[in-house]
Write a protein that binds this ligand. Structure first.
Ligand SMILES: [Fe+2]
Ligand SMILES: [Fe+2]
Length: 408
């Protein structure tokens, strides 16, 4: 489109140049041709007069010996264009006439006296000669102008095309580099945000576990369960699976607000202590909500809020803090609830030893459709061996600690 506009503009400029310049040029050409035709007539007249003088004859009257020689000389004469040569006596008789009688009116007349013979020689250059010369010059000039214009348009079009395509290539390259830089910045930002979220979650987790690996396991179990559940629920995307792996780490972030005396109490909790510890769900959700309010909309934080608030809700509606039931409980929270209980059962705490994988599975099976989403629990049971493998990989430090705790 840009090239077409450039070519049209060039055509307009060339056309205007031709229109304004052609008249002046044409006038100049006509003047030149006029002068040339005039000079040609004058030369012819002088040449013929000289030739007659050289005949060295007394008279040039037709019929005399001199007249015959003049006639023969005129017959041999090659006249330029349609010129007419005539010899007229001083008393007005036309003695000789050579040339095309049908020629139009004269544009120029050159006259040379033949004093010796009381006559004069006249050469007429017809206007038609000038007109045809002028037309030929004009059409040649027009052809040159249009050819020159076409060459200019073609050359500048090619140059414009080359410049535009070079510019476009540079633009594409710059866009690609810019896109890569933005992508890199985005990745850096995401990595920094995820690192901060995980760091924050681990800070809370260190309150009641001594390794921080509880979070790593919960994240892995949740991810495994979400991946396995995606075979049953096609709406679970890879993005959700990646997100829940990180968001699961936020489930107990509210525990930072629970006093150590209650959080780490070895024995059974009193009712008001239980009430306080259950508040970690609300405190976690509030903390994440205040972060989200500063960040603006954030999918990961939204998921974290659901998980922090609802990971202790039960399928039968007897959980806390809101006694949600069945599908009222956010899907991500139902996944993390299973992962969290499994890890709690198979991990040692200050108030209990770790249970074996088999025992934990038995206990959890009893919670089907009461504590846990039955479909998700079935999926969990179907990948129990895989979960156990991950647990063994991520729980190497818990066993000696559990043994120590049991011995104590
Ligand atoms: Fe919790
Ligand atoms: Fe937990």
């Amino acid at each position: 489109m840009i090239i077409v506009i450039i070519l049209l503009a060039q055509g307009l400029v060339v056309g205007m140049g031709w229109w304004s310049g052609s008249r002046d040029v044409l006038t100049e050409v006509v003047d030149q041709y006029s002068r040339r035709v005039e000079a040609s007539a004058q030369d012819t007249a002088s040449g013929v007069a000289l030739a007659i003088a050289k005949l060295d004859t007394e008279t040039i009257e037709p019929g005399t010996e001199g007249g015959i020689r003049v006639q023969a000389m005129l017959d041999d004469l090659k006249l330029p264009g349609h010129s007419i040569v005539s010899i007229v006596s001083n008393d007005g008789r036309e003695l000789y006439h050579m040339g095309d009688a049908s020629s139009g009116p004269s544009a120029y007349t050159a006259t040379v006296p033949l004093a010796k013979h009381n006559a004069y020689l006249r050469v007429n250059a017809p206007a038609e000669q000038l007109i045809s010369a002028r037309d030929a010059a004009a059409s040649e000039m027009n052809l040159r102008i249009w050819l020159g214009g076409a060459v200019i348009i073609l050359l500048t079009g090619i140059v414009a095309l080359a410049l535009i395509s070079m510019h476009e290539r540079r633009l594409v390259r710059a866009n690609r580099v810019l896109g890569q830089q933005v992508q890199r910045k985005d990745s850096d930002l995401i990595a920094a945000r995820e690192g901060m979220i995980l760091g924050l979650a681990k800070l809370a987790d260190y309150r009641d576990t001594d390794t921080g690996q509880h979070l790593d396991r919960i994240c892995e179990y949740s991810c495994l369960l979400a991946k396995a559940a995606s075979r049953k629920y096609p709406e679970i995307s890879d993005h959700f699976i990646r997100s829940i792996r990180l968001a699961a780490s936020l489930h107990d972030i509210g525990k930072v607000g629970i006093p150590d005396a209650i959080l780490l109490k070895p024995g059974a909790l009193l009712p008001h202590e239980r009430e306080l510890i259950e508040k970690h769900t609300i405190m976690g959700a509030q903390t994440l909500t205040s972060i989200r309010d500063r960040f603006g909309e954030d999918e990961l934080l939204d998921l974290g809020i659901d998980i922090a608030l609802c990971h202790h809700e039960r399928w039968d509606g007897t959980g806390y803090p809101n006694r949600l039931r069945g599908n009222e409980i956010p899907f991500a929270a139902r996944i993390v609830a299973i992962a969290d209980v499994y890890d709690a059962l198979t991990s040692a705490r200050v108030y209990k030893p770790a249970l074996s994988h088999t025992r934990a599975i038995e206990i959890m099976r009893e919670g089907r459709a009461t504590q846990f989403d039955p479909v998700l629990l079935d999926v969990f049971m179907s990948i129990a061996e895989e979960v156990d493998t991950v647990r063994r990989t991520l729980q190497p430090l818990d066993l000696p600690r559990a043994a120590k705790l049991v011995a104590a």
